[in-house]
Design a binder for this molecule. Structure first.
Ligand code: TRP
Length: 335
């Protein structure tokens, strides 16, 4: 608890572009959490280097990720937004927790199995212990809830096991966090293969709409979206493509499926696809404008980064000192 508020923590990779799936399913809702929780959002640059990065791109994306979160409505006055490598306690606790995590546990992580087959030439130890650094991220802040996608659920469960193990040996040290899996994000599907989730790493650029795509691109992608051979805009089993477009339209407009069916009664798929593209582009336009503004003011962005790092360090240090004391580490003798 911080000032009577429960604690919420989430990490975001500074890699790849964020999609409308990320936006509708997660980021857009983050700003609502700050009333109920004390929230920390961390750009995880140290996790990013578990696969090879081009340094200039990693640097650029770190700024961009922070700016994009702010542009999507995360107020840095209400939330702690910062960069992982600015708070060394993450790496320090990460090492300690390595000694409380079993080889067998890490071997069972599906993301490790998946990434090590995709990057077979670079199966480094960091990729293997990735979930331990993630556990350190979460546990440093005595986190109660972790909003994240289903793909990270197994990592949050491992984090709980590590926390419980440590608490059992050294008595209550860490809050044991709960995953908070967003339901709506799961529902945004690829535009090219609507039975598959929309993924930022999809190789087909027409399958994915990015938050930063311009209006023409957005409309073109929606016009090319794969649909069935029916002609009637109707939400029904087997109409995966149309169901997905209706879901997206509904998320952006707040209209129900029945309202959408009525609105497009007698109109074809072409008109509907254009309309989905229009509402999406119009909803993203202010986010994009704000993003450009934030990114143009590098000093302002850096001031936020610094403020976030100072705030995060304060809480992280408290937990780390407690852990070090319990382990038997000798504190640096004072002067
Ligand atoms: N592993 C997460 C992902 O790829 C990112 C992440 C790092 C994270 N540390 C975290 C998410 C802590 C939630 C909490 O999406």
């Amino acid at each position: 608890m911080i000032n009577d508020q429960k604690i919420c923590f989430s990490g975001v990779q500074p890699s790849g572009n964020l999609t409308i799936g990320n936006y509708l399913g997660a980021i857009r809702n983050f700003s609502n959490y700050s009333d109920a929780y004390k929230c920390f959002y961390c750009v995880v640059d140290q996790h990013a280097i578990t696969v090879r990065q081009v340094p200039a791109e990693l640097r650029r994306r770190t700024y961009e990720t922070l700016a994009l979160y702010m542009a999507c409505g995360l107020d840095p006055e209400k939330n702690t937004l910062y960069v992982q490598s600015h708070v060394p306690a993450h790496a320090e606790l990460g090492w300690i927790l390595n000694c409380f995590t079993m080889f067998g546990e890490l071997s069972r992580m599906t993301q490790f199995k998946d990434k090590s087959s995709r990057h077979a030439d670079n199966v480094n130890a960091g990729l293997f212990t990735y979930p331990v650094l993630m556990a350190a991220d979460i546990l440093l802040y005595q986190t109660d809830v972790v909003p994240t996608g289903v793909d990270q659920k197994q990592h949050v469960e491992l984090c709980r096991d590590i926390a419980e193990r440590f608490n059992q040996i050294y008595s209550g040290t860490f809050t044991v966090p709960e995953p908070m899996i967003s339901q709506s994000g799961k529902k945004i599907m690829s535009l090219a293969e609507p039975t598959k989730k929309m993924s930022k790493s999809d190789e087909n650029p027409n399958a994915v709409v990015y938050i930063l795509d311009d209006k023409d691109t957005i409309i073109r992608k929606f016009r090319r979206a794969v649909t069935d051979s029916d002609t009637c805009v109707r939400f029904a089993e087997g109409k995966d493509g149309i169901n997905n477009l209706m879901t997206i339209y509904s998320c952006f407009t707040g209209k129900t499926m029945e309202e959408i069916e009525r609105e497009f009664d007698g109109k074809g798929y072409g008109d509907f696809k254009t309309a989905v593209g229009e509402v999406c582009a119009d909803a993203l336009a202010p986010v994009q404008a704000r993003f450009a503004q934030l990114l143009a003011d590098k000093a302002g962005l850096e001031a936020q980064m610094k403020k976030g790092a100072d705030e995060a360090s304060y809480y992280a240090r408290k937990t780390l000192s407690k852990v070090q004391k319990k382990l038997g580490f000798v504190p640096v003798p004072r002067g």
